[in-house]
Design a protein around this ligand. Sequence first.
Ligand code: CP
Length: 307
Amino acid sequence: MLKSRNLVQPEDFSIKEIDEILDLAQQIMANPDKYSEVCKGKLLATLFYEPSTRTRLSFESAMKRLGGNVVGFSEPGSSSASKGESLADTIRIVSGYVDIIAMRHPIAGSADEAVKYTEVPFINAGDGGNQHPTQTLTDLLTIKTLTGRLDNHVIGLCGDLKYGRTVHSLVKAMNRYNDSKFVFIAPEQLRMPGYVKQYLKDHVYYETASLDNAIPSLDLLYMTRIQKERFADLEEYELLKDCYRLDADKMSKAPENMLVMHPLPRVNEIATEVDNDKRAVYFQQAKFGMYVRMALIMKLLGVDVEE
Ligand code: CP
């Protein structure tokens, strides 16, 4: 039962519950008009303490496409956080106004803090370099819809594996499906943190710095941006920012059916010439994000269409 639950990290939901959300998202994609009034009278708060295009706008589009409404802020400067109000007090207040909250915050662990004070379902829309569970639902819907399954994939994750919260959440989620294998492609300074690898058995992951060597063996290639905003030392960022660039030459070495995913935004890590390759699915992936957030909102609010 997902009604009234919170989502802080992907493990908060069982595989069966995630499947329910993905199934509903696929039904919504097939017939969106059927769901256009299920959230009539309901209010979502989007509390974004950090910039976002996809996550905030897809949450807001999702709620409005379900017939509901949205309040919130897209930068902390326009909220009383700028006067020193604590996160706890903000969540207490907002949860008295709305039916469901989605929050993005730059501090890892802030979602665990916020959830202690909410009286309505709370969704972590990204907390620092920690977790981004609705991006993971987006990624799972993309993989399931485009490949027909979530198990038995070889997944290459490339780029900033140290600070990239989307890859931390995705690895933990995909590891729950049978026969997932991971290739972590990163320079020494940006390798996958130990706390994520400790979820995995030794034989299911392999680490390399070479995208060229890894690409021929992959079913899915998940590219990530080098996260400038998380570096304490900007000289180190300058050294690492262009360490990977997926281009047509690299794609010529990739399997014919390999999918290229990216949570976006991208900077230089995927050349625009790759956008027209049929294996590049990152723009489609971003659209799936809206449908999966529609399904998540419906499940947490416990609403459905009347048959
Ligand atoms: N993928 C993602 O979280 O994008 P935004 O930062 O634009 O929300």
